[in-house]
Design a protein around this ligand. Structure first.
Ligand code: IPM
Ligand code: MG
Length: 363
């Protein structure tokens, strides 16, 4: 017996609508083969929402997301809206969704696909057979959400400030998430902070260390963020799960995705309490590629696989999508961003169609 799932769909801006379009096609294929029903509700957020309603995250969008089992998002933003003041920029839609939906844990896998080995900027001696690490980024606290503002000073002109704040409760829940996930992987957690300078990091490290006592089967080590940035390129194989703050996670997850050479391939999940989650590709809205059938839909398709796995518990179905992606790459099909000599160049739509075909064959 298949299940019935309500999915809030936010195509967003730039290449968002195209990559989401192919992802829904893949989900429909899964629904057909495995007897599920996915009910989509298309919603506005980002630049297109600014154009239509004057605000990046209309309250109706948040309300509909809250009524859904999960959210699938393409990408938001673009140069067209870059002149707008901070609180009206498309990016505010992402921060608003994270905050208002309570999505405190951001899971960003960085995987080097063997088939895309040539795209990896690191030497084979450094990467070995594979890179497969997971950044678990705190997503609703820290400097992104702490008090900020501007004030006049008597003699130094205007002054601006942002504040890094973390409570024990906030650190504890993200640490638990990281340890739980590590149990399904290689059972290693690296905590990344700046405890040699920041008081918030000293509390963070103390809480992570305390939580670790409940997971004696998982190895924990600590690293300062500057060293972690260096170690990621020096010896990425040493990492399994990295747990870190909102801002450090923002920076390190971009670095981690780039060293795999497959940034156009990487999905992400943002989780809160229960099974609810928001799923989106790691890459952005790439306005220069929009509307040309050139974007790579794989990161969004793999985000949908994460949705099936984490929010709906549909492991077989998630596996089927991931296997189909590996097959399509093994057979040499590439979008422009991952193209190399001797492979077959395909567009966004063709890539979606091929993946659906492999799923049908594999079921
Ligand atoms: C990300 C992005 C966002 C962030 C921006 C667009 C607000 O860089 O999801 O990593 O900083 O979190
Ligand atoms: Mg970022």
């Amino acid at each position: 017996m298949g299940g019935n799932y309500k999915i809030a769909v936010i195509p967003g801006d730039g290449i968002g609508p195209e990559i989401v379009g192919q992802t829904l096609r893949v989900l429909d294929q899964i629904a057909d083969l495995y007897g599920h029903r996915f009910e989509y509700k298309e919603l506005l957020a980002g630049g297109c929402a600014i154009d239509a309603t004057g605000e990046p995250l209309p309250p109706a969008t948040v309300a509909e997301c809250q009524k859904s089992d999960a959210v699938l998002l393409g990408a938001v933003g673009g140069d067209r809206w870059d002149h707008l003041p901070g609180d009206l920029r498309p990016e505010m839609a992402l921060l608003g969704l994270r905050g208002q939906l309570g999505l405190y844990a951001n899971l960003r896998p960085a995987i080097m696909y063997q088939q895309l080995r040539d795209a990896c900027p690191l030497k084979p001696a450094i990467t070995g057979e594979s890179i497969n690490l997971l950044v678990v980024r705190e997503l609703t606290g820290g400097i992104y959400f702490g008090p900020r503002g501007r004030r006049a000073t008597a003699d130094r002109g205007e002054e601006a400030f942002d504040t890094e704040v973390y409570s024990e409760a906030e650190v504890e829940r993200i640490a638990r998430m990281a340890f739980e996930i590590a149990r399904g992987r290689q059972r290693r957690v690296t905590n990344v902070d700046k405890a040699n300078v920041l008081e918030s990091s000293r509390l963070w490290r103390a809480v992570v260390t305390r939580v670790a006592a409940d997971y004696p089967d998982v190895a924990l080590n600590h690293m300062y963020v500057d060293n972690a940035a260096m170690q990621l390129v020096r010896d990425p194989k040493q990492f399994d799960v990295i747990v870190t703050t909102n801002m450090f996670g923002d920076i390190l997850s971009d670095e981690a995705s780039m060293i795999t050479g497959s940034i156009g391939m990487l999905p992400s999940a943002s989780l809160g309490r229960g099974n609810f989650g928001l799923y989106e590709p790691v890459h952005g809205s790439a306005p220069d590629l929009a509307g040309q059938d050139r974007a790579n839909p794989i990161a969004t398709i793999l985000s949908a696989a994460m949705m099936l796995r984490y929010s709906f518990g549909l492991t077989r179905e998630a596996d089927a999508i991931e296997r189909a992606v590996e097959r399509v790459l093994a057979d040499g099909y590439r979008t422009g961003d991952i193209m190399s000599p001797g492979q077959t160049l395909v567009g966004t739509e063709k890539m979606g169609q091929l993946i659906c075909g492999y799923i049908a064959q594999g079921a």
